[in-house]
Design a binder for this molecule. Structure first.
Ligand code: SF4
Ligand code: SF4
Length: 386
């Protein structure tokens, strides 16, 4: 599968303090560049399908700035890619990451009908969200996000919340997770702000908050109403399957491609920023791929930090993530200190959650992770529930 992300605009109607999407300016992708980007992605998908001897697949995502500022262009891209991919026999998937403020019920219905999966950026309750996710005049965007959540009722499997945790808002995390879990049934992706300055005090606050979040996850399983938080369930899942598999890992610049407004090609959407990182730019969709740069980036995948070689957590750690490595260490192939701290913390909390629920033979937990496995008293998970 090829993962193509189009950054439709450098502009945004918000000014989140931790934004890594670069300086905001009213510059958007031209239709020509957008269509050429799609052609480029489809070619890569065909090449991959041929090499693997299977049907080509591509996931096309829209990102920004705020991509909904370019609603018409987004719809045109959807139409163009649909026509081109059906001609070429390519399987298509769609994603959109949005700050939610420009969603309307009509737009949500259209996006659902067109098969999109949405990443909804919302940091948590009013206190947490209001720390960073504000309009240029300082007003919080929380009310608009809360209003938009209504349109996802009954469509929970088609969207997830993306919640950025930062030293300045971490004190609200525990309360926010409880609030989000009550306000909607969407999965929650906790995204630590890898680029932030995490002082020892901030790291201690993060640890305390994750421990509390773990307790909330246990409480929800006990109540028969599980809450999905990536930092916990993904670590349990990685344990159950013996570590992250190749298909879980991104492949910087190979299967993962991001195109900036200018048409410049980057190995990941997170690295587009101001579109000025020459060392990471692999060419342009209008003028062609810079093969030498692409090879250089491919050679700099993985993690060469020797401290990880004999780490027992290595298989369940995101040490392979090139963009996070770049943000934390300045190198795509060198895991940073904060990542190490965060991964150890997530795994510790996840393991405590899993041990507690396994001991209790919680049927929801067993069904989710050990479907078909005996719960220890001779019953399967489904039987336990009865
Ligand atoms: S909504 Fe997204 S792109 Fe806009 S300022 Fe916030 S983080 Fe940046
Ligand atoms: S937990 Fe730390 S030492 Fe272990 S693999 Fe991850 S980054 Fe490396």
């Amino acid at each position: 599968m090829i993962y193509l992300t189009l950054c439709l605009t450098h502009d945004c109607n918000l000014r989140c303090g931790y934004c890594y999407a670069g300086r905001k300016r009213a510059v958007s992708m031209s239709r020509k560049t957008a269509f050429r980007s799609i052609d480029f992605g489809l070619q890569q998908a065909c090449r991959e399908g041929k090499a693997l001897g299977k049907m080509p697949e591509i996931q096309i995502g829209f990102f920004g700035g705020e991509p909904l500022l370019e609603w018409t262009l987004l719809q045109e891209c959807r139409e163009y890619a649909e026509a081109e991919s059906s001609r070429a026999g390519i399987n298509l998937k769609w994603t959109l990451t949005t700050n939610m403020t420009l969603l309307t019920e009509e737009r949500v219905v259209w996006l659902m009908e067109k098969g999109f999966h949405l990443g909804l950026s919302m940091d948590g309750n009013a206190a947490m969200h209001g720390v960073w996710r504000n309009y240029p005049d300082g007003r919080s965007s929380h009310a608009e996000c809360v209003a938009a959540l209504e349109w996802f009722k009954g469509r929970e499997h088609r969207a997830e919340l993306i919640c950025v945790v930062n030293p300045a808002n971490v004190k609200h995390l525990e309360e926010s997770v409880r609030w989000m879990g009550g306000a909607c049934g969407l999965d929650i992706m906790l995204n630590p702000d890898f680029g932030a300055k995490w002082t020892p005090e901030a790291l201690a606050a993060l640890s305390a908050a994750y421990e509390k979040v773990g307790e909330e996850v246990v409480r929800r399983y006990r109540a028969g109403n599980p809450l999905t938080l990536n930092v916990i369930q993904s670590k349990i899942g990685a344990y159950v399957k013996g570590g992250y598999q190749t298909c879980d890992m991104c492949s910087l610049g190979e299967r993962e491609i991001a195109v900036a407004v200018s048409g410049n090609i980057y190995p990941c959407a997170r690295l587009v920023g101001n579109d000025d990182l020459e060392n990471l730019c692999m060419g342009n969709v209008l003028t062609g791929v810079d093969r030498e740069k692409k090879l250089k980036l491919a050679a700099a995948r993985g993690n060469r930090n020797p401290k990880c070689l004999d780490c027992s957590l290595r298989a369940r750690c995101l040490q392979w993530c090139g963009c996070v490595n770049y943000v934390t260490s300045g190198r795509t192939d060198w895991v940073g200190e904060f990542t190490c701290f965060h991964e150890k913390l997530s795994i510790r909390v996840a393991d405590r959650v899993a041990e507690t629920l396994w001991e209790e033979r919680n049927p929801w937990f067993i069904r989710e992770f050990y479907s078909g496995v005996s719960s220890g008293d001779g019953n399967t998970a489904a039987e336990c529930e009865d």
